[in-house]
Design a protein around this ligand. Structure first.
Ligand SMILES: C[S@@+](CC[C@H](N)C(=O)[O-])C[C@H]1O[C@@H](n2cnc3c(N)ncnc32)[C@H](O)[C@@H]1O
Length: 335
């Protein structure tokens, strides 16, 4: 590492070496190290015996996890650092282990960024067997649930839900938003449209929230299937970045047509608010879509409101939500 601590070099080092730290954290989750050490603090030898990995490698990895502060050591026994435990250990209310595994699964596709920029095409990964595909979708959708809870709560608190009795959540995934909105308004009945595996994760979350009688899961394709009609509210959250402009214009047109006159469309996205470079998190998230989808990217506020305007919606506007995302709203005109 460089001994020169001028600010640009410190920043450079954070960028060049940052992935080392990401990767050891991913390994701690993926290899069950944090979960095992949360059950009981262990020495290097005890953990190796418990998990059956390579002794030398376990020692080096534990040292690094301790070095960056994710683990602490007492009397040669490692344990998860108190302030990290609720995040890094699976199963708790604040756990982020699905999100961390989802990020770990992005490793290969991000490693091909140069190729994608040279050719304009992402390299298709070989199809996964059914078990690995289920694990991939569970990490993705479970990670969405862990990551979206604060913004879902904030949206539910901010939206005026009076008169909202029927809503449609297009690409609703784990059901995080439907659940928070239904909790907020007891009269609300929601339909969550998504694919088969996300709907399975949604079922577990909806049951845990005791909302099976008010949230219906509907298997469908947001690009080709009809959305139904007469909804008071349609929500499209974190879906548009997976698709190209034509598909998004089509999704928004179908959503607008599914509203009753006076009904509202809410779009939640990591939107670009100044040029294509700000906020930085939305600009960088666009690269995630570049390497993981055929046509996805992040879009500007003008592009998103443009699709809403073209779909005939009025009273258009947008505002920041929490967690760096933006909510766009529009209304289907009456008459
Ligand atoms: C990034 S997740 C967002 C989940 C949720 N709306 C949220 O904001 O937390 C995108 C979701 O859209 C779903 N999705 C993507 N394309 C879809 C399609 N063509 N039809 C139905 N669902 C789709 C995915 O399965 C996934 O659950």
């Amino acid at each position: 590492m460089t001994g020169n601590h001028t600010p640009p070099l410190i920043e450079m080092e954070a960028l060049t070496h940052g992935f080392w730290r990401s990767r050891i954290m991913f390994a701690g989750v993926e290899l069950g190290i944090f979960d095992a050490l949360a059950r009981k603090p262990m020495t290097e030898e005890e953990l190796t015996a418990e998990l059956g990995y390579n002794r030398r490698a376990v020692g080096i990895l534990l040292g690094a996890l301790g070095g960056v502060g994710l683990l602490e050591v007492d009397d040669n026994r490692y344990r998860v650092a108190d302030r990290w435990a609720e995040i890094l250990v699976s199963g708790g209310a604040m756990s982020q282990t699905h999100l961390i595994m989802h990020m770990r699964q992005m490793w290969d596709s991000w490693g091909r960024l140069d190729d994608v920029v040279r050719t304009g095409r992402r390299r298709q990964l070989p199809p996964l067997n059914a078990t690995d595909e289920e694990a991939r979708v569970r990490a993705f959708i479970g990670g969405m649930h862990e990551g979206s809870r604060p913004s879902a709560r904030e949206l539910a608190a901010r939206l005026d839900l009076s008169g909202v009795n029927r809503m449609l959540d297009v690409g609703g995934g784990p059901g995080t938003y439907c659940i928070e909105l239904a909790r907020r308004r007891p009269e609300l009945h929601a339909t969550l449209l998504d694919r088969i595996l996300p709907l399975e994760v949604a079922r577990e979350n909806i049951e845990a929230a005791d909302l099976e009688d008010r949230i219906e899961r509907r298997l469908g394709d947001a690009l080709t299937d009809d959305y139904g009609e007469n909804y008071d509210l349609v929500l499209i959250s974190q879906l548009l970045h997976a698709y190209g402009p034509q598909e998004n214009a089509n999704i928004i047109r179908k959503a607008a047509e599914a509203l009753r006159p006076g009904g509202r469309l809410i779009v939640n996205e990591f939107a670009l608010l100044r040029g294509r470079h700000a906020p930085a998190c939305a600009a960088v998230f666009g690269v995630n879509m570049l390497v993981n989808t055929d046509e996805g990217q992040t879009y500007t506020a003008d592009e998103i409101t443009g699709w809403m305007r073209d779909a005939g919606l009025v009273d258009l506007g947008f505002e920041d939500l929490v967690c760096r995302s933006t909510i766009f709203h529009g209304t289907r005109p009456v008459g």
